[in-house]
Design a protein around this ligand. Structure first.
Ligand code: ZN
Length: 442
């Protein structure tokens, strides 16, 4: 054996122990073989979405595990505040693309690894791009982006006579962190719960009840919110808008919050906390990212090699106070918007009163849809009709007057089909309106 081969044997020795012999945790279908390591190193193609806190950890973990064909996509550039935890970046990289710098760092440090960067939005690519991967790993901080890629992977599924073609499944491993909390989950599109199946796990931003803020504050955050929501608009010290990046604004809110907290014997109002609350920042914790990324990378390895049974299917992690983890099986939602293939119906209680803008509110505010900027079209007498689209300026102007019309005035009827396009999915959602029948006294 040459010296080089000896080094190579040692370098992958630990993986060989897992891949070339069976063990008590092996997947029932697992057949130990030296070809599995070859598959990881030569054939298996991964996509990492996000090159931030989680993304840096993921790229490092996967590259050191032997994966060589890795693509990374991120639209962001490097900022000074990233450098404490996004360890693939240096001071001189500020302003450069995260994906590009991360890729070149890994390629330089890990021999044989070929990371391909994509400095763009995930929405810039279509299905031909996503279809090339064996697995997709997400290290994202945006629910909209998660839902979009989830929808994309679902749209790649092939059904033959209603049966899912297993070879069309691209598993998605999703990691997320928020301060000292995080999650890792495995999604088999079309088979297990998808992002949209569990939308209620991602509640809209935390808000404190106004009565608590106004009357019974208990937390430093309540005092800051009070100044932000009630005192600022009254006094408008620097105009009506708060600029979270303006130190004068933050200082003013800090001083007023401190006064209020003293009044209620609450401790803990600091300048940093004020900044955090005003800008809605949850501090990123490097160790949480490291743990979640390691869990995700392990799941990638298990799915790519079948050496072990994968996570089923959702793990929560919390190290606020000690370390706590819990695993449960998130369930597929029977009428999921994204993965169910069941036509959606929307019950309209009062079609004579309901205006188009009320319908838009339903798509944005109801827990089941949580859309961002939906555009609506329909068919009337077999012809395509645009109801409202806000994202294209001249169409917005032409359709704005529809917002104040009722559904009946727009020609919509019981059973009408509405096509909804939104940032949260690459696919257009079709929704059938069901008008509630009036109660008739008999
Ligand atoms: Zn689903």
């Amino acid at each position: 054996m040459s010296e080089h081969q000896g080094v190579s044997q040692k370098r992958w020795g630990h993986l060989r122990k897992v891949l070339e012999r069976p063990g008590p945790f092996s997947h029932p279908d697992f057949e130990p073989s030296s070809e599995i390591l070859d598959f990881i190193m030569t054939t298996c193609k991964l996509l990492v979405i996000g090159a931030g806190g989680l993304g840096c950890e993921l790229l490092k973990d996967l590259a050191l595990m032997g994966f060589k064909q890795i693509h990374v996509i991120d639209m962001d550039t490097i900022e000074l505040s990233n450098l404490n935890r996004q360890f693939l970046f240096r001071q001189e990289d500020i302003g450069s693309s995260k994906a590009e710098v991360a890729a070149s760092f890994i390629n330089r440090k890990v021999k044989g690894c070929q990371v391909t960067p994509h400095f763009c939005k995930i929405q810039d690519y279509d299905e031909t791009f996503y279809r090339q991967f064996h697995l997709v790993v997400c290290g994202l901080d945006s629910i909209v982006a998660r839902r979009w890629i989830n929808g994309m992977l679902i749209s790649l599924l092939n059904y033959e006579d209603g049966t899912l073609d297993q070879t069309s499944i691209i598993p998605m491993i999703d990691g997320g962190t928020e301060g000292f909390k995080g999650h890792a989950r495995v999604i088999l599109p079309g088979v297990s719960a998808c992002i949209d199946c569990t939308l209620d796990l991602y509640p809209p931003q935390i808000t404190y009840p106004l009565c608590t803020i106004a009357n019974t504050p208990r937390l430093p955050e309540h005092c800051i919110e009070y100044v932000k929501i009630i005192q600022w608009p009254k006094e408008n010290p620097w105009g009506s808008l708060i600029d979270g990046d303006d130190p004068q604004h933050i200082l003013w809110i800090y001083e007023k919050s401190l006064e209020r907290s003293t009044q209620f014997n609450i401790v803990g109002v600091t300048y940093r906390l004020v900044q955090g609350v005003v800008k809605n920042i949850i501090p990123a914790v490097a160790s949480t990212n490291a743990v979640i990324a390691a869990m995700c990378a392990t799941e990638v390895f298990k799915l790519a090699t079948s050496c072990c049974v994968p996570l089923n299917n959702y793990l929560v992690f919390n190290d606020v106070d000690g370390i706590y983890t819990y695993t449960f099986e998130a369930e597929k939602k029977e009428n999921c918007l994204a993965c169910s293939q069941i036509p959606q119906t929307l019950l309209i209680q009062d079609p004579e009163q309901m205006k188009l803008k009320n319908l838009l509110d339903v798509f944005c505010e109801s827990a089941a849809y949580q859309m961002k900027n939906p555009g609506l079209t329909t068919y009337i007498n077999g012809k395509n009709k645009t109801l409202y689209i806000s994202t294209i300026k001249n169409i917005e102007e032409k359709t704005r007057e529809n917002l104040t019309k009722t559904l009946l005035e727009l020609g919509l009827q019981d059973g009408s089909e509405i096509m909804v396009a939104d940032l949260t999915s690459p696919n257009v959602l079709s929704v059938r309106l069901k008008f509630a029948s009036k109660n008739v006294d008999t």
